[in-house]
Design a protein around this ligand. Structure first.
Ligand SMILES: [Zn+2]
Length: 360
């Protein structure tokens, strides 16, 4: 087999920034969402920080309402900007005051940090803080940043792919803030899927269910709007005709079987390790999967996906390790056992025809 190099797309760059960077605070998500907002209303490439401040702060205010913890430091690590958002939410600050403080305090690190993935800035940028041709510091001389064509290409026409990226950004933000709130390593261990709401949820210390985020948004970052099984295009926009279905890789019907099997560890069929997004044909079409066992090729694909999430800084890293094993070898063994268990009971293997380019 020959290896081929691929050129990352703009979507890949956006996802790399939003999904796979390390997070210590949520400003990056708020900035991302405010960039999407301003790209839709294309007046000029130059946007002043004063104009960006309002949508940027509003996204944070909105999130603080349901998740007060917006960084991984203690509660006194908030700083002036977050405190201003809190005050605004409590009607103790006007919008003008909030914009003023945001402009001064809210952009300090995030503008330079936004494009950094794995310690280095990516080469395709969505805005510039320095005009490289004329060595103009946009922040100092123009009190703003310059939006690039890349941003407009991705978001100016708000179509299916822009909508998906926007939802993925939101899902990732929800995951990260819930991880901080619940103390990820301890409490996100049991992230599971709720069939009714299509949400991922976990349990807090008092064993109450806590919804985390839309499972579609959380899973699509890896799948890039392609069916896990056949690579046909899917969407995570609720109204879309190609709406993705959340599928249990190992069929759900095994749940009681597994629970009573008494072997090894209890297998959590609703665990995030076993969830993928599928097109409706694969999930329940004429030649759909139903309760058949995915082919061994697909099992390898699942392993690759889980290992990828574990290897990145994904908030579900710990969850996946708790559900399937601490080392690569343990996790392989776990999948093999689940496969054997399914194959011995469900017999039929299933492999759909490929419907699109393989992107993972
Ligand atoms: Zn499919």
């Amino acid at each position: 087999m020959n290896f081929v190099d691929v050129e990352p797309t703009l979507e890949n760059y956006w996802r790399a920034i939003i999904l796979f960077g390390k997070n210590t605070a949520s400003y990056k998500f708020a900035l991302a969402k405010s960039l999407i907002d301003v790209s839709l209303d294309r007046n000029s490439d130059l946007i002043s920080l004063e104009d960006l401040a309002l949508p940027y702060a509003m996204h944070l205010c909105e999130h603080i309402k349901h998740s007060p913890k917006q960084n991984n430091r203690g509660s006194n690590g908030n700083g002036k900007f977050i405190n201003a958002c809190l005050a605004f939410n409590n009607n103790k600050m006007t919008e003008d005051e909030l914009v003023n403080i945001t402009n001064k305090e809210g952009f300090k690190y995030v503008l330079n940090a936004f494009h950094v993935v794995n310690t280095k800035a990516v080469q395709e940028r969505f805005y510039d803080v320095i005009d490289e041709d004329f060595f103009i510091d946009e922040r100092r001389f123009n009190k703003g940043i310059r939006l690039t064509d890349n941003l407009f290409k991705l978001f100016y026409v708000f179509d299916n792919s822009a909508d998906n990226l926007n939802q993925e950004t939101e899902s990732r933000w929800n995951l990260v803030e819930k991880a901080w709130e619940l103390n990820l390593s301890r409490n996100l261990i049991a992230v599971e899927f709720d069939q009714e709401t299509k949400q991922l949820f976990t349990q807090d210390n008092k064993h109450r269910r806590v919804g985390i985020t839309s499972s579609r948004g959380a899973l699509n970052g890896y799948q890039k709007s392609r069916c896990f099984y056949c690579f046909k295009e899917i969407s995570i926009a609720i109204q879309h005709e190609l709406l993705a279905e959340v599928d249990h890789f190992f069929p759900h019907l095994l749940k009681p079987e597994v629970a009573s099997a008494g072997c090894c560890r209890p297998v959590n069929v609703d665990g995030v390790w076993n969830l993928v997004l599928a097109c409706s044909d694969c999930n329940r079409g004429t030649n759909g999967k139903f309760a058949q066992v995915p082919d061994i090729k697909l099992l390898e694909r699942l392993h690759t996906r889980n290992e990828y999430l574990i290897g990145s800084h994904h908030p579900l890293r710990e969850t996946l390790m708790m559900q399937t094993g601490k080392t690569d070898a343990e996790r392989k063994q776990f999948l093999q056992k689940s496969f054997n268990f399914s194959r011995e009971r469900l017999i039929h293997e299933w492999l759909p025809e490929q419907q699109g380019i393989s992107v993972f």
